[in-house]
Ligand binder design. Structure first.
Ligand SMILES: *[C@@H]1O[C@H](CO)[C@@H](O)[C@H](O)[C@H]1NC(C)=O
Ligand SMILES: *[C@@H]1O[C@H](CO)[C@@H](O)[C@H](O)[C@H]1NC(C)=O
Ligand SMILES: *[C@@H]1O[C@H](CO)[C@@H](O)[C@H](O)[C@H]1NC(C)=O
Ligand SMILES: *[C@@H]1O[C@H](CO)[C@@H](O)[C@H](O)[C@H]1NC(C)=O
Ligand SMILES: *[C@@H]1O[C@H](CO)[C@@H](O)[C@H](O)[C@H]1NC(C)=O
Ligand SMILES: *[C@@H]1O[C@H](CO)[C@@H](O)[C@H](O)[C@H]1NC(C)=O
Ligand SMILES: *[C@@H]1O[C@H](CO)[C@@H](O)[C@H](O)[C@H]1NC(C)=O
Ligand SMILES: *[C@@H]1O[C@H](CO)[C@@H](O)[C@H](O)[C@H]1NC(C)=O
Ligand SMILES: *[C@@H]1O[C@H](CO)[C@@H](O)[C@H](O)[C@H]1NC(C)=O
Length: 391
């Protein structure tokens, strides 16, 4: 029985809802859209869109922050510029300053690694490309006493399925690993859930590693079905700007570089709500290798675009919450829901700005028995905006 439908709301309320959605979610560049469609074999629909743009940040520095060689000062370092103190950054991301002292022996690290806010900065581009004057840099640097590293975690840790794209390059000395990945931590390394893009600066310059962690079993043996050592399309160097795309979907994780498929892994696909992480690191272990003293390496990112669904509390939970908002997601499954379908791939002319593909607004109203389904989209979009601090 249909007791509620959007049609039943007074039009003034309706107008208010739309206006609210349009004015409160500017940053997602998709404010006319009620869902977002991705292309390729891992194509799907998602409720939310975010575009993080580091290409033309005013006041970007031409000079990287001086490396801090003291362990405590590196740990306690302040943000390198006001950019990282802005709400726009702080609502979404958290710069890390943990170190690996507790986990060195278990992880096979041979070098103390300290994450420092001093290694994360907006850098001015030194070339004359018209479309960007700056980018976000993650630096890692080998110092006499330790390896200084860089990591940023998303505040939102309830992503459940997403398509994330990074326009990125990696430059610098061998012995480091650039990572862009989904992450659900667990004290037991065998229970960590993670879909990875990893670029090893000691590796061949056209190869990138894609993995659904854990890549080793509990006896330490490699699980070959968990990982693909992929070649960039056209053998392009990772020192050049490439768009890396990670599609975490219910039954498979798929990866693309510059729009071309490079890996599909159906083994050990992450199941539970997770966060997103970017980092540049090294610990002298077998995976990264060692960096030579005073060498540096960098992960640089022009922009990040993410379309995603969520489940459970914003800050995540290490256990699945069957009674939480997860139940809501279940309820939403199978509803047509989406009034204005936007593409983040096909027909997109302006990077980061989704394009309207279909407008079902009139159509949905005539569908029988589906009224509550599509009503559900609007509050969810608003809830997403609220969580990102727009309301
Ligand atoms: C979708 O169609 C409805 C009804 O025709 C219209 O009011 C609305 O502005 C359209 N939305 C977009 C994003 O074009
Ligand atoms: C998705 O669309 C973009 C833009 O049209 C295109 O460059 C890319 O190759 C497509 N990817 C797949 C996997 O079809
Ligand atoms: C650490 O930072 C403090 C405060 O800025 C400074 O006084 C001190 O000299 C620094 N220590 C080292 C070893 O650089
Ligand atoms: C490294 O982390 C430990 C906790 O894991 C902390 O006690 C220690 O102070 C940290 N070291 C530095 C240099 O900050
Ligand atoms: C420009 O910046 C890149 C990346 O940081 C660096 O490798 C290169 O040496 C710089 N070129 C000049 C001329 O400064
Ligand atoms: C990926 O394959 C290349 C070429 O065979 C090899 O040199 C490299 O070590 C491999 N990378 C990893 C992480 O296994
Ligand atoms: C890195 O160097 C340390 C000594 O500083 C050594 O113990 C370790 O085996 C090296 N790691 C690799 C992967 O070569
Ligand atoms: C995202 O949520 C919508 C609404 O429930 C659903 O239709 C869609 O299939 C979901 N996408 C994925 C990849 O699960
Ligand atoms: C994208 O650009 C093409 C070529 O200029 C144009 O035909 C098309 O209408 C544009 N699409 C949108 C959505 O603006």
């Amino acid at each position: 029985m249909r007791t509620t439908s959007l049609m039943a709301l007074p039009s003034s309320v309706l107008a208010g809802i739309f206006l609210f959605a349009l004015t409160s979610a500017q940053k997602d560049n998709g404010n006319e859209c009620s869902c977002f469609l991705t292309n390729g074999s891992s194509s799907g629909y998602f409720s939310y869109h975010r575009f993080h743009d580091f290409r033309n940040v005013a006041g970007a520095s031409a000079t990287p922050p001086t490396v801090i060689s003291n362990e405590n000062n590196a740990t306690e370092a302040f943000a390198t510029s006001d950019f990282f103190l802005s709400d726009a950054w702080q609502n979404d991301w958290q710069i890390q300053n943990w170190n690996n002292s507790d986990s060195m022996s278990a992880s096979g690290a041979t070098v103390l690694m300290i994450n420092s806010a001093n290694n994360i900065y907006i850098e001015q581009s030194n070339n004359t490309a018209p479309d960007y004057t700056s980018y976000l840099t993650f630096r890692t640097s080998r110092l006499p006493g330790f390896q200084s590293a860089a990591e940023v975690d998303s505040n939102e840790k309830n992503f459940q399925y997403l398509s994330a794209r990074f326009l990125a390059r990696v430059i610098g000395a061998p012995g480091a690993c650039a990572g862009m990945f989904t992450y659900l931590p667990n004290d037991n390394p065998q229970l960590v859930q993670e879909s990875d893009i990893e670029i090893l600066t000691a590796g061949p310059r056209d190869m990138v590693q894609y993995t659904n962690q854990p890549s080793n079993d509990k006896n330490g043996n490699a699980q070959p079905q968990a990982t693909v050592n992929g070649t960039n399309p056209g053998g392009r160097d990772w020192t050049l700007w490439n768009t890396y795309r990670l599609d975490w979907m219910p039954k498979m994780t798929s990866w693309y570089v510059n729009g071309e498929s490079v890996a599909n892994i159906a083994f050990q696909v992450p199941r539970d709500p997770s966060g997103l992480i970017m980092n540049m690191w090294s610990d002298g272990g077998v995976w990264t290798g060692n960096m030579s003293l005073y060498d540096e390496a960098y992960l640089q990112i022009q922009w990040i675009e993410v379309v995603y669904n969520t489940s459970g509390p914003f800050a995540g939970t290490s256990k699945r919450d069957e009674h939480g908002a997860g139940g809501l997601l279940e309820k939403r499954k199978g509803t047509p829901g989406c009034m204005a379908v936007c593409s983040v791939d096909a027909d997109v002319n302006v990077t980061g700005t989704p394009v309207l593909l279909y407008n079902n607004t009139g159509v949905a109203l005539t569908w029988r028995g589906e009224g509550t389904g599509w009503l559900a989209w609007i509050p969810l979009v608003l809830a997403g905006s609220a969580l990102f601090g727009y309301l």
